[in-house]
Structures are given as C-alpha cells and as structure tokens.
Design a binder for this molecule. Sequence first.
Ligand code: NAD
Length: 482
Amino acid sequence: MRVLENYINGAWTKSSGTTLLDVKNPATGAVQAKVPLSTAGDVDAAVRAAEEAFPAWSATPPVVRARYLFKLKQVFDEHKEEVAAICTSEHGKTLAESRNDFGRGIENVEHAAGTPTLMMGQSLSDVASGIASETIRQPMGVFAAITPFNFPPMVPLWFLPYAIATGNTFVLKPSEQVPLSQERIFQLIDKIGLPPGVVNLVNGGKDVVNAFCAHPGIKGVSFVGSSAVAKHVYRSCADTGKRVQSLGGAKNFITILPDAEMDRAVANAADSAYGCAGQRCLAASVVVAVGPAYERVREGILAAAKAVVLGDGAKDGVTMGPVISAAHRDKVLSYIDKGVAEGAKLLLDGRGAKVDGYPGGFWVGPTVFDDVAPSMAIGHDEIFGPVASVCRVKTLEDALRVMEAHPNANATSIFTSSGKTAREFSHRATASMVGVNIGVAAPMAYFPFGGARDSFFGDLKVHGRDAFEFYTDRKVTISRWF
Ligand code: NAD
C-alpha cells in the first residue's frame, strides 16, 4: 500500500514516523493509502526549511509574489475536477459539494493575489510640524496551520495563500483522515516554481500539532477543528508567545418565523442540515420554529429529509454521502439513541441505513427529531452528522434566548420577510456569522470567517482583511529630516 510522504524544502520526503494510519474511502470502507504520523523531528526539518526560505521570500516584492498566486489559480482551475474527485474519495461528500469545497478555496487564492494593495500601510505627512509617520506591514517568519477533515481542499486554502502572499513561509498539517487532496494540491503547487521551503506539508496527528505549538521557529499558528483541541492549541501557543487564531466546533440554531417564505426557508434549512452529511461547522443543527411556523417547519423538514438520496458521493443523483469514518458513524448513531432515550420524538430514523452495493460504507440516513429541548444531548452537543432537531418556541425572544444560552456561537440564520426583525436578530445574535434567508452563512474570501465564544479563540479571524493583519506586523516609523 502506498505510504504518503511529506513535502519539505521543495521535495517529497519520507516521514520518520513509524505509525501508519489507513486512509479510507468512506463510501466503500476500502483503504486507499497509508498516512504516517510524523514526528517532532519532521516538523523541525520543515520549519528549518521554511526559516531558510524566509529572508529571500520576504524580500520578494508583493507584486512578484502575487504572480505566483496567479499561476496557482490557473493550475488549480485546470485540475479542479481531479481534486474534487479525490476529495469525494477521501471525505465522502458529493462531487458537487467537492467542487464547491475546492472552488471556495480557490477564491482565497484570488483574494490573496491582491496583496500589493491589501498589504499597504498608512501614512500622514505631518503628525507634527515637519514630522511624518507611516506604518509598514512586514511578514514575520514561519506560520503553520492545522486543519480538520470536513473541508479537505478549502480549509488549508484559508491560510496558505495569505501566508505566502504577505511574504511569510508556511507549514501545513492536514487532517490525517483526509490527506489525499492536499497531497495533490501540493503536487500542483510544486508545478508553479515557488522557491524551495516557502510552503511545506507535514502529515500526522496530535504530535505534529504539539510540535508546532512548541517550536520556537514558528511565529503563528492557525487551527480549525473541535473546541477542546482549539482551546488546547490557543493556550499552548500563548505559552510560547505565538500569534494564534483557533476555530472550534459549533452548534448552529436556525430560526424560522411564521412570516417566512416557508417553502424556501424549509428547503434551505434542510440543505443546511444534510449537506456534507451534516459535517459542516455552519450546518443547521437545531431548527427553531417560532409560534405558528411550527407545523409547516416540521412537515417541510421531514419531507426534505425523506427526499435525500443517500449513497456514494461519486455517483450521479446522490444528494448525501456517508460520514467520515466508522467511529464517527457510531458516535452519530449514539446521539440518535440518546435523543430517543431523552424523550425527543424521532420522526425519521437514520439508524440502520444501508446502500445497495456498498456494505462497507459508513452510512447514517437523514434523521429528524421533533420536540427537542435545548437541554437534551441532541439539542446541546455538536453531533456533526445528518440529524436535524426541530425545537418549538413561542416568540423571537425565546429563539434568541435558546441561542444565547449555548456556549458555541459560530453561525445562525433567520428566515423572515420582515427587514426590521432580521436586522434586530442580526444585531442581537451571539453567533458571529448570520444568515438572513440563507441557510449556510458562509462568508466569502474577502470577508472574515469565524465565530465567537467556544467556537473561536483569538482576535483576528480567517481570511478577509483579517488575514493581512494576522500575517503581518505593523511597524510605525516617525521621521524628521533636518
Ligand atoms: P479535530 O479537532 O478532531 O481535528 C482537527 C485537527 O486537530 C486535526 O488536524 C487533528 O489531527 C488535530 N487533533 C485532533 N485531536 C488532537 C489532540 N488531542 N491534540 C492535538 N491535535 C489534535 O476535528 P475534526 O473532527 O477533524 O473536524 C471537525 C470539527 O472541526 C468540528 O468540531 C467542526 O465544527 C470543526 N470545524 C470548525 C470550523 C470553524 O470555522 N469554526 C470549520 C471546520 C470545522
């Protein structure tokens, strides 16, 4: 079986890690490759290569660095279908979802290519008589990113393009569950002729993460994953004085008011709950129906869930793929058991789902619960599977209270035809990404992405202008000439 390698100093390099994990196709259960759990020594080799590349790369004018991003955009576009197919094979999502996943990643390459403008500082010619002052943005050194399994091409591209556009050098650790699309993406990066060491990839798990946090050569770390690990990375990086942006888990509440365009609202909420088999940090998890909206919300979600076509994401007509692993399937199924035990009404049961011809797949069928209370495990915990919980409240105030009581605050949505209500909801929502008549409130590359409370630890969010802040230090000069 093929063993994946690391990409260090412009060359594919064998990992020194001796533990190998299976990379499976979640639709079939078949092993596609082995991924090594790299060691602190591998991390050190990658960081040293990145440190050596930094002086020349940081001195390369932004406009020249931007030209590498134009090449990257071109080579990515030329291989979009191929990367999407790899993404589906390692993650399970449908091909349409994989194309979108990589496409949203490429948008960050496009945005980062604006670096000559976006890196500009500020100046004032007369802060005092005859004295001028200016800020300049400078790259800082080696940055690292650690990414989750759920958007294999996109999430690493929230970081890599901005890190290198601003003149830093970069080391990535992709999720060990989905390392194949990043292997292909780094093969494509290799084609554009970046100087060796500017970008590096180290495969592995938590030892690599902890080595990043401890390494004195790394100036900043970006993390995306579950809240417990996000908090651990945030704390560890603070201990070693690094910049850090650490994005955690989510429990997203979607509020539907009686004045909403109900058919569209329900279709959007269901798409949000079942897209990517519910494995999205922006997924609708609890659908909060306000007052008389309740009946139609419940019936609409149920009808949409029944229409989901479960199967191999690589096949035409399939609308929902498997979940990522057998262990994750068992975790999602255990939540359905808990929901039943806690007294929620199970309207559609995804347990025991099977797909003809795919006995080894990690299947969970679309599931709908009704009468869910926020205190129940299914109303509170992040399930990260195709389970929609309908919760009934009397007023918009009650809906806001349900959201506010939850420690996570990633995304939320409201469906209403009242601009006034939408505005009030947007201002008062605890979550930082708010959809108005949009089920998945995903900011585009030129806006910041990230939540609040236990969904985000740090100050500067991902992409948008924040990326240029995160990856640069602002130096101020104050000058007088005699
Ligand atoms: P995860 O936390 O298990 O893994 C994320 C990364 O951390 C992986 O690279 C993994 O190797 C590493 N890791 C895992 N356990 C570790 C440990 N104990 N110590 C150090 N490193 C460790 O998350 P996942 O299952 O890959 O992804 C799903 C989670 O990511 C969900 O909670 C989801 O909400 C979250 N997520 C959040 C956002 C966001 O924008 N806030 C985006 C995508 C995913």
